[in-house]
Design a protein around this ligand. Structure first.
Ligand code: MG
Length: 250
């Protein structure tokens, strides 16, 4: 075994993919479920209060949902009520068939695995919602590990905890530099950079646009996760350096 700190020329071994907006298209279910949660606490759609809270939900998309509700509703009891209503509504919409894979996402995951990479799916939702999505898509056995915030200490994004938990649970990479993170939100990019991942790819199939993703640290912006397998293959093979580090590090 060769031990080196010059691992930047090595290929990505572990890929950590966000679900909603990145691999799963949910068609705005987050906002529908938020409406139900807000209404349960007396915040009616159409009100200024609702508009301000919805802006916050959009800006923090990707964050642990209970954290979002703690910020919006203050005390723990109200936050828990909002979260429960959110998760319940979202789960029902998913069970009704209101989510589907991002086009090419399943094939991309299978290609990543065929290329010898390990793949983990992460989310800001609670486990019950994550499982509802996996069941609706028939994805229970697609990857070896799925993580929600509670599986990694509870903080969720923008902390790097789920990415690092993916590494610790799978033993899937020799170094954090050999991890790739992909997501559709600023918080995915921040979490990816904080984890030390060598590739932090933003995708344009979800919540945030290219400028927001780059400002939050994206090393790459892709039209879709469907482009990720080729990016990682190119990064490892063509220039001998991982994507995101065009200049050799010394
Ligand atoms: Mg997302």
């Amino acid at each position: 075994m060769t031990v080196t700190t010059q691992d930047t020329a090595e290929s990505v071994q572990l890929v950590v993919l966000d679900m909603a907006g990145t691999t799963v298209a949910d068609g705005g279910l987050v906002e529908l479920a938020f409406d139900a949660a807000a209404r349960g606490l007396g915040v009616e759609p159409g009100s200024a209060d609702h508009a301000a809270k919805l802006d916050y939900v959009r800006a923090t998309m990707g964050e642990s949902k209970i954290s979002v509700f703690r910020h919006l509703f203050g005390d723990e009891e109200r936050a828990q009520r909002a979260n429960a209503e959110f998760e319940s509504t979202y789960g029902k919409l998913v069970a009704d068939g209101r989510c589907e894979p991002v086009p090419g996402a399943r094939e991309a995951i299978e290609r990543l695995k065929a290329d010898g990479r390990r793949v983990v799916l992460t989310t800001g939702f609670a486990r019950v919602t994550q499982d509802a999505i996996l069941d609706a898509l028939g994805w229970r056995d697609l990857v070896e590990l799925t993580l929600c915030p509670a599986d990694a200490g509870g903080r969720g994004r923008p902390y790097p905890d789920m990415v690092l938990a993916a590494l610790l649970r799978t033993g899937g990479a020799d170094s954090v530099r050999r991890i790739a993170v992909a997501g559709d939100t600023s918080y995915d990019m921040i979490a990816g950079r904080r984890s030390g991942a060598g590739v932090v790819a933003g995708v344009l199939t979800g919540a945030h646009g290219a400028d927001a993703l780059r400002e939050s640290g994206a090393t790459h912006v892709l039209d879709s996760v469907a482009d990720l397998p080729a990016l990682l293959a190119d990064a490892a093979g063509e220039n001998g350096r991982p994507a995101g580090h065009p200049e050799p590090r010394t």
